[in-house]
Design a binder for this molecule. Structure first.
Ligand code: FMN
Length: 498
């Protein structure tokens, strides 16, 4: 059952007992009284339900209730693409990603039928401090737009990109180095987390090209859309391919788009909010503190600015807010499932022996093979897979700092099982590869920083935890483990005693 928009998805969660209305007052203002990070910790640690926050203290737009923890479990993430079981969802994602013949081009509908156009705010009337919700988290010094799929077009080829990137709002924000933000910045501008110099994302590539060509780059941010589009936007679809088409593939039918009012871009017709704008040709702004997905505050970052040209939204528009911190947090899994699907689909094209890829919330990549020992295609096959991950088409595999390859008898979701394989199948001097010139993950605090303030290169570690037959041994010692049926039988016998 594909969902038309985020509302249908929330209604489905509600019908499954997975959405709760919260009328208790909770503080979302900047400062010590803020309760949003603590709330996220509480509900995510308990694998808790999605919430609709109806009574936020210090909230600038109480007419727009805030949805929270929407994607907080592997199961709810699977539900965005009409699955329940996480592995089935990942395999569906990987399979459709790897086969563009299953994708569907989007359908453009008339603006008159697009709910996202019910209210239109034109450039002269824009005052972001009143028109866009502001929700602060923890010690962050700005409020961020976190539910936006961001659309741009390649200034050279016109090819579209849709990515899920966050944006900084300047209203009420504290400047990290003691300066202040101008009234113009607070009312009419946003900055985008597009790492463009050097480019680390596809929007970054578009912006780098636009700057080199001296061309303006238009941008549209569609907030809270059909969840399948969020999933596609978080996926590293190959550069030049269109995430809307991939979303159509995941959905099994075209997604519905509508043309923007002031820029030559298309957005999901069922979006709650749409913000249209143009990148400012030169302006960048320093922002921070910002809490990142590896669990640290970024003190200072520098990002390009966008001049907002138009806002449209639904009459009774709803907002989504999330934050990153030491995992778990709400959107862990909707960020990780696309990475797992992307790397799995890429690896399976290179090696059918790859059975599963699990990326842990701390971003360790575990690759499980369907063969091990003498049944591997050749000696040192585990190392071939390590290099294949680092040679991925997308940025995630390339930036994988710790990669572990295991055989079919190791559970890639269970750290105890993975640790057992490392402890009993790995000789560090021969079975670990240190790649000294890897690409760093942009938010890794242990990697050296480039001139734009984020890491570019770093070292990586690959652990080949496969059985070293034929590499070192003709045969391997037998594993001591009872068959599961026997364990189940004994459990039945001892029912009521244990
Ligand atoms: C809630 C959320 C926020 C994200 N924010 C950013 C961001 O600010 N910058 C970024 O480069 N990637 C961010 N990502 C990851 C990207 O969405 C993901 O890497 C995607 O593949 C990027 O699209 P691209 O491959 O077309 O660049 C975020 C993911 C999620 C789920």
């Amino acid at each position: 059952m594909p969902f038309k928009d985020m509302r249908e998805f929330l209604a489905h969660l509600d019908s499954q007992g997975q959405l709760k209305q919260v009328d208790v007052e909770l503080n979302c203002e900047i400062g010590e009284e803020n309760e949003m990070q603590a709330l996220m910790r509480l509900v995510c640690e308990q694998d808790g339900p999605a919430l609709m926050l109806n009574n936020l203290k210090g909230y600038n737009t109480p007419q727009h209730p805030v949805m929270f923890n929407v994607f907080g479990t592997r199961e709810r993430t699977a539900m965005t693409i009409d699955e329940i079981e996480p592995l089935t969802a990942k395999l569906k994602h990987a399979n459709i990603l790897g086969d563009a013949s299953k994708w569907h081009e989007p359908k453009i509908i008339d603006a008159a039928n697009a709910p996202c156009k019910e209210v239109v705010i034109e450039e002269a009337d824009i005052d972001l401090s009143k028109q866009l919700p502001l929700v602060w988290f923890g010690k962050e010094q700005a409020s961020y737009i976190t539910g936006g799929v961001v659309v741009t077009k390649d200034p050279e080829t016109g090819e579209r990109n849709v990515g899920w990137y966050r944006l900084t709002q300047f209203t009420g924000a504290e400047h990290p180095t003691g300066g202040s933000y101008t009234e113009e910045e607070q009312k009419k501008q946003l900055s985008v987390f597009c790492f463009w110099n050097p480019p680390m994302s596809h929007i970054g590539l578009h912006l780098a090209k636009a700057k080199a060509m001296g061309k303006p780059l238009e941008i549209a941010i569609a907030c809270q859309v059909d969840p399948v589009i969020h999933m596609a936007a978080a996926t590293g679809v190959p550069f030049g391919a269109d995430e809307y088409n991939f979303a159509g593939g995941l959905k099994g039918e075209p997604v519905e788009l509508v043309k923007c009012n002031t820029v030559d871009l298309e957005v999901p017709a069922g979006a709650e909010f749409v913000i249209e704008g143009v990148f400012h040709p030169d302006a960048e702004q320093t922002i921070g503190r910002h809490s990142n997905p590896v669990g640290y505050y970024d003190a200072i970052q520098v990002f390009p600015m966008v001049d907002v040209k138009c806002i449209t939204h639904r009459n009774d528009a709803q907002w989504y807010a999330t934050m990153e911190m030491v995992p778990p947090f709400d959107h862990n899994y909707i960020a990780l499932l696309p990475v797992e699907g992307e790397v799995l689909s890429d690896l399976q094209r290179k090696a059918p022996e790859v059975q599963d890829v699990v990326v842990t919330p701390n971003m360790t990549y575990v690759v499980q093979l369907n063969v091990d020992g003498a049944r591997k295609p050749h000696a040192e096959f585990g190392k071939y897979i390590l290099h294949a991950v680092w040679g991925s088409a997308g940025r995630w595999g390339r930036t994988a700092k710790i990669v572990i390859v295991v055989g079919p008898d190791v559970d890639p979701y269970d750290m105890d099982s993975i640790e057992w394989a490392i402890a009993t199948r790995v000789m560090p001097a021969t079975d670990i590869i240190i790649n000294e010139s890897g690409q760093a993950f942009v938010l890794d605090p242990s990697a050296p920083k480039g001139h734009h303030g984020f890491p570019v290169t770093g070292s990586q570690m690959g652990i080949d935890a496969t059985i070293k037959v034929p590499e070192r041994f003709a045969e391997y010692q037998e594993v001591s483990f009872p068959p599961q049926e026997k364990v189940d039988q004994v459990a039945v016998k001892l029912k009521g005693i244990l």
